[in-house]
Each structure stands twice: as C-alpha cells, then as structure tokens.
Design a protein around this ligand. Structure first.
Ligand code: NAP
Length: 257
C-alpha cells in the first residue's frame, strides 16, 4: 500500500527501551537502518543486540539529548554508518512526578532540558542531514498529558510535552520548502519499562480509564510513526496524532458505558 522505506537511515533517541525500542523495532522490520541512542551504554548495547538478533540493522551510540554536542555526535554516527539521515525520532523523555509546591528549580530544569530542549537540540543537529535527504522526516513523541489532558504532579512534564507541539508547528513552517516534515505522536498510556515504574496500582487505574480497556503497546506507537515516515505522508506536517485507545474521549467513567 505504501512505498517501501527499506534502506532509509533512521535515528531514534531514547531507543534503548520502551517506546523508542519499539520504534526502532518497527523501522528495522521494514528494512530501515537504525541507530538508537540513550545514556546507559549497557542497556543500549543489549537493545541493539536484541534488535539485530531479530533480523534488523540496528546499532547503538551513546547520547544525551540535553547536550547539543552529544546530539551532533548521534547524527554523525547515523551518517557515518548509513550514509545519511532520513528519519529522526525525537523520543527520549523522562517523567518524574513532583507536586508544584515541592518542585525544585533543578527538577524543573531537568524535565525541560531533556524533553523540550532535547527535542529542539536534536532537530537542530539533524537539520543539515535531513535537508540533504530531500525527504526528511521528524517524528516527535509527545504525550496526551499536557497537550490534551492534565495530571496532578506532572505540571513540568505536561508543559514540556505541550511545548514540543509549539515547537513543531513553527519548525514545520521553517522546513516546508525543504521536503522535511515534522509531526508528533501523542501516546496515551503505553506499556513500557518507564510506565512499569509507576507501580501496579497506577497501571490498573489507567486500564480502567481507557475505553479499549488495555494499555497501548510500543508497536501501536511504531505503526503511527511508520505512517508519518512514508512518502505518502509527505503532505502532512506540523500535525499531531493521538494514539491512546480512546482515553481522551470520555467525559466521565460513566460515559464509557
Ligand atoms: P522509558 O521506558 O523510560 O524509556 C526512555 C528512553 O529515553 C530510554 O531509552 C532512556 O535511556 C532514554 N533517555 C532518557 N533521558 C535521556 C537523555 N537525556 N538523553 C537520551 N536518552 C534519554 O520511557 P517510555 O515510556 O518509553 O517513554 C518514551 C517517550 O514517550 C517519552 O518522551 C515519554 O514522555 C513519551 N510517552 C510515554 C508514555 C507511556 O505511557 N509510556 C505516554 C506518553 C508519552 P537512558 O535513561 O539510558 O538515557
């Protein structure tokens, strides 16, 4: 149905576990050549080995998106290994909770540095390579939390995720004549290592709040990202796609029937 993306060079930040590893698996399964980043090298090497064993072309490079030099090094790795860069998935993110009355400046800075500034630093670093590609794609992992919904304790996180959307809309205009599109996916609650850390009670209450009565899978997010990466999605830019099993729709528990 869609033109194959086999052979495209893809960089996934935060690709060592969770949604990012799922994105890498999805692109690798379509024959793309993938570089994943993350700070923990042990985790990164294991993730790359897993995905390679599954038949993909996937390698790891150490990277911290809050550091512009590290972002440049990640892009250089993708170019060196795969001859360029066609798709950038800005997925690395953290979600520590802190009630507003307790939140320190350091905690706020960390969330904004990784989630918001990290997205901007990565896109800046990748821009020359994406322009050379002629069909560059940027796919940002935002969230329903912030852009659409709120959650006690996640003010900084919500602000960072909503900020990503403000960023993509203006970036889309800057890129519109260079063949680069930039779009965002807004996941609901997706089963990942990071979400597991929220504990079983959180996971149960989330399942109850989702009309489809299940958490999303990383493959659900990868499918949306693969669509944005296709040639057929070339005319879609500056847009958002909610992937949440219907979670944002009901106005109350009763509304779910
Ligand atoms: P996760 O399981 O905790 O994985 C996070 C990934 O990001 C890891 O690879 C981690 O590796 C990496 N990372 C964290 N800080 C980084 C940094 N400074 N530089 C580079 N890599 C970094 O999280 P997840 O649940 O998959 O979430 C991934 C993205 O989806 C995040 O942006 C999150 O906000 C978003 N999201 C998740 C959900 C959900 O339900 N899971 C819902 C909505 C949105 P290291 O720690 O080794 O660096």
């Amino acid at each position: 149905m869609f033109t194959s993306i086999s052979g495209r060079s893809v960089l996934v930040t935060g690709g060592t576990k969770g949604i990012g590893k799922g994105l890498a698996a999805g692109f690798a399964a379509e024959g793309a050549k993938v570089v994943i980043t993350g700070r923990d090298a042990g985790l990164g090497d294991r993730a790359a080995a897993d995905l390679t064993a599954a038949g993909g072309t996937v390698s790891y490079v150490a990277g911290d998106v809050s550091d512009p030099a590290s972002c440049a090094a990640a892009v250089a790795a993708a170019r060196d290994r795969h001859g360029g860069l066609d798709v950038l998935c800005c997925n690395a993110g953290i979600f520590p909770a802190a009630p507003l009355h307790e939140m320190t400046q350091a905690e706020l800075d960390e969330v904004l540095s990784v989630n918001l500034k990290g997205t901007i630093f990565m896109v800046q670093a990748a821009l020359p390579a994406l322009t050379e590609s002629g069909r560059g794609r940027v796919i940002v992992t935002s969230s329903i939390t912030g852009p659409v919904t709120g959650f006690t304790g996640w003010t900084a996180y919500g602000a960072s995720k909503a900020g990503q959307l403000g960023f993509i809309r203006s970036a889309a205009l800057e890129f519109a004549r260079s063949g680069i599109t930039i779009n965002a996916i807004l996941p609901g609650n997706i089963a990942t290592e990071g979400l597991d850390e929220m504990g079983p009670e959180y996971l149960r209450s989330m399942e109850a709040a989702i009309p489809m009565r299940r958490l999303g899978s990383v493959a659900d997010i990868a499918s949306a990202a693969l669509f944005f990466a296709t040639d057929e999605a070339a005319y879609i830019t500056g847009q958002t796609l909610v992937v949440d099993g219907g979670q944002i729709i009901p106005e109350s528990l009763e509304a779910m029937g």
